[in-house]
Design a protein around this ligand. Structure first.
Ligand code: NAD
Length: 267
């Protein structure tokens, strides 16, 4: 399968170049970055710390989507709508790891999914997909006397908060409780907040250093507490999941897919 990478100069982009290069059955169809990015013109292999691969980083996503069977997007919310449109035009599968997507980007993905497979996951690691299933299961068993709080920590460069993964864990908890997260979420607390409103799902965000991604969902009851945690120790897990997802998309019908589909897990 010919796999293209948009945003190849980024932290995840470089991991993805390495992951494609070492995956049997995958070849690198091309790599892009934004206009003016330092990675432009460099050999993708050298950029990623490998030997030369003979694939230069360009600012031409049209040529990339024309050449690739699947494209992996870990870029920025502003970039994703164009990638979704190009994926639909070229019937290229699109794997979206970018988080913090706004309504316009979500809408662009929904439209593209009418023409091509769109696989989106705010966290491509096996561990987080399992954590999400566990959170939904536990939330289903506990009543609202158990307060749900979600804490995440990421490196100092992360630009969106709470993380896409924290929000997805909140969605899993809300599904388990059969409530709408939008009605129940408390995204920050400051000053004289008053007592906690029963049934809400709280979020707290920490930023610092080079933390790749830690998430803990706490179910706090009277006299006891359950904590479900995941700690990412390497970005490799996201790159491996994304390339596995790209290979899984081969021959799939147009539509929206998640890592739960790739891993064949029942929620
Ligand atoms: P980064 O800033 O290091 O890299 C982003 C790259 O995208 C940069 O090279 C940037 O120049 C490029 N880019 C921006 N606009 C572009 C455009 N229009 N066309 C092509 N390239 C463009 O960020 P990162 O740490 O690699 O994270 C990228 C995204 O992936 C973030 O949204 C992050 O939250 C998300 N992420 C998701 C997962 C997951 O498993 N789903 C894991 C880690 C990070």
């Amino acid at each position: 399968m010919k796999i293209g990478i948009v945003g190849g100069g980024g932290r995840m982009g470089q991991m993805l170049i390495r992951q494609v290069a070492r995956t049997d059955g995958a070849t690198l169809a091309g790599v892009t970055d934004r206009d003016g990015a330092p990675a432009l013109g460099q050999d993708a292999g050298l950029l990623a710390g490998l030997g030369p691969l003979g694939v230069p980083v360009t600012a031409d996503p049209v040529a990339l989507f024309a050449a690739a069977d699947a494209v992996i997007d870990f870029t920025s919310p502003a970039a994703t709508p164009l990638h979704a449109k190009l994926a639909a035009e070229h019937q290229t599968a699109l794997i979206v790891g970018t988080t913090g997507l706004d309504e316009a980007a979500e809408e662009a993905l929904a439209v593209a999914a009418l023409s091509t497979p769109i696989l989106q996951a705010p966290n491509m690691s096996l561990g987080v997909v399992l954590l999400s299933a566990l959170v939904e299961r536990v939330a289903r068993s506990l009543d609202i006397d158990w307060d749900i709080e979600i804490v995440e920590m990421h490196h100092r460069h992360k630009v969106d908060a709470p993380s896409g993964t924290a929000l997805a864990l909140g969605q899993a908890a809300a599904r388990g409780r059969n409530v709408d997260l939008a009605d129940q979420s408390v995204r920050s607390r400051d000053g004289f907040t008053g007592p906690r409103t029963p049934g809400t799902i709280g979020f707290a965000t920490l930023r610092g250093g080079d933390v790749i991604g830690d998430h803990t969902v706490t179910f706090a009851g009277q006299g006891e507490r359950i904590e479900l945690s995941h700690k990412a120790q390497s970005r490799d897990i996201f790159a491996a999941g994304a390339v596995r997802a790209a290979l899984w998309c081969s021959g799939r019908s147009p539509g929206r897919y998640t890592m739960t589909d790739v891993l064949g897990l029942d929620q």
